[in-house]
Design a protein. Structure first.
Length: 93
């Protein structure tokens, strides 16, 4: 249990993942929407071509629609993994 949010914490690939908070209608809290949109922008920067675009669209759609269609932590894990990718240094391959 995450003491700050009261949300359950799940261990995924050795890292703690706290599912985003949502209202009774499935909408995400504004800070969670903002974090997902930030992860979407980051995906476009660090992942080349189509894969970055697809991931960015999925994260943005989830930010817009929330947990209305699914309630598992997959998108939360995806956002955390995308944000963990470091941008390439200028001049490196």
């Amino acid at each position: 249990m995450n003491p700050a949010s009261g949300q359950p914490t799940v261990i995924v690939l050795g890292a703690p993942v706290t599912p985003t908070s949502s209202g009774s209608d499935g909408r995400l809290a504004l800070h969670d929407q903002s974090e997902l949109r930030g992860a979407a922008r980051h995906a476009r920067l660090v992942l080349p071509g189509t894969i970055g675009e697809v991931i960015a669209r999925e994260l943005t759609a989830y930010a817009d629609f929330g947990r209305r269609f699914q309630s598992d932590p997959l998108i939360d894990r995806l956002a955390q993994q995308v944000l963990a990718i470091r941008p390439s240094e200028p001049g490196s391959p």
